[in-house]
Design a protein around this ligand. Structure first.
Ligand SMILES: *Cc1c(COP(=O)(O)O)cnc(C)c1O
Length: 220
């Protein structure tokens, strides 16, 4: 087995164990392979090992990969900081944007999502800890932004992407649950990275975003 296939296998096993340890249903946590800074061959190795969901942070780097890998059925997630002048390309080429953190960005994505594609799946990026992240809406602003995003017809609000420390993850799960109780239909709580994904799964994550544990150190 190649190295990436090997890493994928062991990360999947760790996810399954974390699901069991937390009394979560098997398969309730999805794996997003974060391929920023990795080359096309690395992504192809992961695809050959059965991985289908990939996350990218930088628009131009991602578009090159999406084009080069167009013959595979990959689901692409944009997880980086999204500048207004990049929203059109992202709305045209990605299946998900997890890093929506302002109404202005959401409105642009909504307007620019091509009509021949299904609505763009989005998560609202929540900043649970100013120490860890400088981007993302603060918990106090989440409710209003979620209400606004819900009104946009070409976006489909799926849940939250959380940046934070392990000790913030339970609070993030409570925020998500509160929105669900208020009538939002959400199925995605994206939290946990290479260094802390087991803790995120224990706290209720439904999607972990893993880069270095799959691909090794980034090339740049
Ligand atoms: C880079 C990145 C990851 C992956 O981080 P690793 O520590 O390499 O697993 C996850 N989420 C976001 C938003 C990232 O930018």
């Amino acid at each position: 087995m190649g190295e990436i296939a090997d890493h994928l296998h062991s990360v999947r096993q760790r996810i399954q164990k974390a699901e069991r340890d937390a009394n979560r249903a098997p398969g309730s946590v999805q794996l997003l392979a974060v391929s920023k800074g990795q080359n096309i061959a690395a992504i192809e190795s992961a695809v050959a090992a059965g991985q289908r969901m990939f996350g990218e942070n930088y628009c131009q780097e991602a578009l090159n990969k999406i084009q080069a890998l167009a013959h595979y059925s990959i689901e692409w997630h944009f997880i980086g900081t999204l500048q207004a002048n990049k929203t059109r390309r992202v709305a045209e080429h990605f299946h998900w944007v997890q890093s929506v953190n302002a109404l202005r960005i959401a409105e642009r994505l909504d307007r620019q999502r091509p009509t021949d594609l299904p609505p763009l799946n989005v998560c609202i990026e929540v900043n649970m800890s100013a120490e860890v992240s400088k981007t993302g809406v603060l918990p106090s602003g989440l409710r209003v932004l979620a209400e606004q995003v819900r009104q946009l017809p070409r976006l489909r609000l799926r849940g939250l992407m959380v940046m934070g420390r392990p000790q913030d993850y339970r609070q993030a799960a409570v925020l998500q649950q509160t929105l669900i109780e208020e009538g939002f239909v959400l199925d995605t709580l994206s939290m946990g990275m290479s260094g802390d994904f087991e803790a995120a799964i224990a706290a209720g994550s439904t999607m972990v975003r893993i880069g270095t544990a799959l691909f090794g150190a980034r090339k740049k």
